[in-house]
Design a protein around this ligand. Sequence first.
Ligand SMILES: NC(=O)c1ccc[n+]([C@@H]2O[C@H](COP(=O)([O-])OP(=O)(O)OC[C@H]3O[C@@H](n4cnc5c(N)ncnc54)[C@H](OP(=O)(O)O)[C@@H]3O)[C@@H](O)[C@H]2O)c1
Length: 290
Amino acid sequence: MAENTTVAVLGTGIMGAAMARNLIGAGFEVRAWNRSPEKAKPLARDGATVVTDPAEAATSADFLLTMLSDADVIEEVVGDGVLPTLAEGAVWLQMSTVGKGGDERLARLASESNVAYVDAPVLGTKAPAEQGQLVVLASGPGEVRDKCEVVFRAVGSKTVWLGEAGEGSRLKLVVNNWIVGLLGVLAETISFARATGVDPRKFLETIEGGPLGLPYAQMKGAMMIDRDFPTSFSARLARKDAGLVLEAAEGEGLEMVVARAVAARFDEAIEAGRGEEDMAAVYEAARPKR
Ligand SMILES: NC(=O)c1ccc[n+]([C@@H]2O[C@H](COP(=O)([O-])OP(=O)(O)OC[C@H]3O[C@@H](n4cnc5c(N)ncnc54)[C@H](OP(=O)(O)O)[C@@H]3O)[C@@H](O)[C@H]2O)c1
């Protein structure tokens, strides 16, 4: 039941704001906090209580939902006395992408405060978040799963329950390695087409509808061709995820040559000032240099 259930949403950026709106729509009482207050304030018109302090959001809340950029930020925000203020039996739904090491750190933080921790990163970007169509990769203690379902149903169209907390974050890294790698090779393919006198639109038309013509490639490829990158997922955060993949692989003694090369492309795009644009802006680093 969503009624009389309070969700403290920490982080109302691209994803968090959309998720908060869907929670309000589903009947939850939402308390929203964001470092830059101007991004949280509009949620008040939708029915959220917008607060200026993370602990104020969390006080007596039934769920804590974090949708912040990375584990360091979450540790800083949540580690500052937030967890002990939650209601008895509350659950922390950690839905940001934090990687393997980050997830382990945050799970420890939860356990120190005796708060149930559900690792639940999401697949899907700005539009699916707005439409409540995210896929939730949930992992955590069996005894709290049923009560989490109502929250996940409000923000997503599908919840994939895995095992112990941490499995969601590991699967998320695998998926994001696929996405980030795809973007890197797509950027280079469009650049290669242009450099060799092939119209890149002809490339997209040729693959469309067949097994090679991923809708994702069509969407991001069109952005690259137009060199117009309205942000669904920022290049800065895509680079963060590439780093999380490399870190996790290194921990297992695995050398990821492609991921490393794509990460370097993202670095170049970010250095060129494209970090806040969509991840498709990695194309700018792959363009011919002459
Ligand atoms: N966008 C996507 O397609 C997508 C999809 C799946 C998962 N994710 C993951 O979801 C999370 C949020 O992504 P997003 O796209 O919503 O990013 P975003 O729009 O950039 O939002 C990031 C959030 O983190 C906050 N933040 C950053 N640094 C901070 C700091 N030092 N102290 C306090 N708050 C800080 C931001 O606050 P300010 O507003 O003050 O900067 C904002 O609330 C990330 O982990 C991302 O990897 C994103």
